[in-house]
Design a protein around this ligand. Structure first.
Ligand code: ADP
Ligand code: ZN
Length: 445
C-alpha cells in the first residue's frame, strides 16, 4: 500500500510559479540584494522603531551595500511586536492593509501582523510553491485542518491550495469524527495539520474502523510545531502516507517560509522572499556555515510589515549542498527545538524533542507523551508519561517493568538525566487539535 501511494507521486512537473525555486545562485543573490535594499529603505522610512535603531547605530540604508552588510543591522524581536501592539510596526497606511492576523500570545497580548494585497499574493505564492514542492497539484483534494481565523495556518494554506488548482476542503481544526468522515467520503488525497493532530486522527480512525492506510490519502503537510524524524517514520508507517515538514511563523508571513520537497531532506527556504541567517543566540554573532544556531529571518518582499533580522528563537542550521530535486534554495535542518521550549532540569538543558526521539527508539512506545516537571525537597524531578500499545498492557508485570526500564535508560543516554517513566494506556494523554503541549512545568507553583 505504502509503495502504491508513493509511486503515484513521482515524475510530476512543477507549477510555473515554482520557477524561483530553481534560480541559479548568483542570480538569486542579485535579486535578494535588490529586494533587501528596498525593504530596508521602506522600514527606515516608515517604521519609527527601526529608524531610531538605525540612527542609534549611526547607520542609514545606504550603508547596506552587500548581503553580508545585513549582519550590521539591528535585530527585531518578539518583544518589539508586543511593545508596539497593535499597529506600531506597520509600514503601510491602513487603507492599503487588507488583512490582519494575530498569534495566540500565550503570555499576555497577542502579536498582530498585517498584509497588503501584494503581501497576500506573495504568501499565496509561497504556499503554492510549498504544496507543489511535495508533489501536490490540480486534482488533489486537500483537507485543510489548520485552524482558520486569526491564526495564520488555515487561510495561508487555503489560498495556496486554491491557487495551485487543488480542491480545498476548509474544514479547519477539531471535530475529529467529522474530519475522518470527510477524509473517507470525499476521497481526500492530502491533509494539512499539525503532526500531533494527525497522529490523533490515525488513532481515532482506527477506533471507529476508518483505517487511513486504506484511504486514498497519500500526502501530509505537517508543521506549526516541532517534530522529529522518528515521529515522521511512525506517521508514515501507521498511515501509509508521505509526511512533509512545512515551516513558518506569523511574524514573517505565516506558513510557507520553508517546505520540504519530495526528497524529504529538510525544508527549502523560499530565499527569494525570506533571507536567512544563523546566529549564536548568546552573542548575536553569525555562526560559521553549517553550524547550528538561532534562525534569523528578514522578509524581502513584505510591504505592510517588513521584518528586518527577526530572531525566530528556532534552532537549526543551513545546508547548502545541492538537493536532488534541483532546487537551488538552501535547506534548513528540521527545526526540532525552539529556544523557548527548552527546560532546564538540574542544570541540564533539555528539549522535548530529545525525549521524543529517546522514547520512539523503543519498541512498544507510542508517539504520545508528556513531560511533567515537579520539585521534591528542592530537587527537580522529571516524569515522562508515555502511552504504550495495549498489547504491552496485556503482558506480564515483568515485561512492563522491562519496558519501563528500557525507556528510562534510553532517556538517560540521550539527555544524561534520570527520568521516572510512567506507562499509560493508549489514548489517555490529552490530545491537541493544534500545537501539542509537551511539557507541564509544575515547579513554579
Ligand atoms: P506562536 O508563536 O503563537 O506559536 P506561530 O503559529 O507563528 O505562533 O508559530 C510559529 C512557531 O511554530 C515557529 O517559530 C516554530 O517555533 C514553530 N514551528 C512552525 N513550523 C514548524 C516546524 N515545521 N517544525 C518545528 N517548529 C515549527
Ligand atoms: Zn529538494
Amino acid at each position: 500500500m505504502l509503495m502504491t501511494k508513493y509511486d503515484a507521486r513521482k515524475n510530476r512537473s512543477f507549477h510555473p510559479v515554482s520557477a524561483p525555486d530553481f534560480l541559479p545562485r548568483p542570480q538569486l543573490r542579485e535579486l535578494q540584494l535588490r529586494r533587501l535594499k528596498a525593504i530596508v529603505q521602506r522600514a527606515y522610512d516608515h517604521v519609527g522603531l527601526f529608524h531610531k535603531r538605525m540612527a542609534d547605530l549611526g547607520m542609514t540604508p545606504e550603508d547596506l551595500r552587500t548581503l553580508e552588510d545585513l549582519a550590521k543591522l539591528p535585530f527585531t524581536q518578539k518583544a518589539d511586536l508586543r511593545d508596539t501592539y497593535p499597529f506600531g510596526l506597520f509600514a503601510s497606511p491602513m487603507k492599503e492593509i487588507v488583512r490582519l492576523h494575530a498569534s495566540s500570545g500565550t503570555t499576555g497580548k497577542p502579536i498582530v501582523v498585517a498584509y497588503t494585497r501584494q503581501d497576500l499574493e506573495v504568501w499565496t505564492n509561497v504556499m503554492l510553491r510549498s504544496l507543489s514542492a511535495c508533489g501536490l497539484h490540480e486534482g488533489d483534494i486537500i483537507q485543510n485542518a489548520y485552524g482558520y481565523g486569526l491564526f495564520t495556518g488555515g487561510l495561508g494554506a487555503h489560498y495556496g491550495a486554491e491557487a495551485l488548482g487543488a480542491t480545498v476542503i476548509p474544514i479547519s481544526g477539531g471535530n475529529t469524527q467529522r474530519q475522518l468522515m470527510v477524509m473517507k467520503d470525499f476521497g481526500v488525497t492530502a491533509i494539512c495539520c499539525t503532526p500531533s493532530y494527525f497522529l490523533h486522527l490515525i488513532d481515532q480512525g482506527a477506533e471507529s474502523g476508518i483505517h487511513i492506510k486504506d484511504l486514498p490519502l497519500h500526502t501530509g503537510v505537517f508543521g506549526a510545531e516541532p517534530w522529529t524524524e522518528s515521529m515522521r517514520r511512525r506517521i508514515e508507517e501507521d498511515s501509509g502516507i508521505k509526511a512533509y515538514d512545512i515551516y513558518g511563523l506569523t511574524e514573517i508571513i505565516g506558513p510557507g517560509v520553508a517546505m520540504e520537497c519530495v526528497c524529504q531532506a529538510g525544508p527549502h527556504i523560499f530565499e527569494d522572499c525570506f533571507y536567512p541567517e544563523i546566529i549564536d543566540s548568546k552573542t548575536g554573532k553569525p555562526c560559521p556555515d553549517g553550524e547550528e544556531g538561532e534562525l534569523v529571518l528578514t522578509t524581502l518582499c513584505k510591504q505592510a510589515m517588513p521584518m528586518i533580522r527577526y530572531r525566530t528563537r528556532d534552532i537549526t542550521s543551513l545546508a547548502d549542498e545541492p538537493c536532488e530535486c534541483g532546487r537551488t534554495l538552501r535547506r534548513i535542518k528540521r527545526i526540532s527545538r525552539r529556544a523557548d521550549d527548552m527546560f532546564i532540569i538540574r542544570g541540564v538543558n533539555v528539549f522535548p524533542s530529545q525525549i521524543e526521539s529517546a522514547l520512539l527508539k523503543v519498541e512498544g512506545a507510542l508517539p504520545h507523551y508528556q513531560i511533567i516537571l515537579t520539585r521534591e525537597r528542592g530537587l527537580d524531578v522529571m516524569e515522562v508519561q508515555v502511552e504504550v500499545t495495549s498489547a504491552v498492557f496485556g503482558d506480564t508485570v515483568g515485561a512492563l517493568e522491562g519496558l519501563q526500564e528500557k525507556l528510562s535508560k534510553s532517556i538517560e543516554t540521550t539527555v544524561g538525566l534520570h527520568a521516572t517513566v510512567r506507562l499509560v494506556q493508549p489514548r489517555t494523554l490529552q490530545r491537541s487539535e493544534g500545537k501539542a503541549k509537551r511539557v507541564l512545568d509544575q515547579r513554579k507553583m
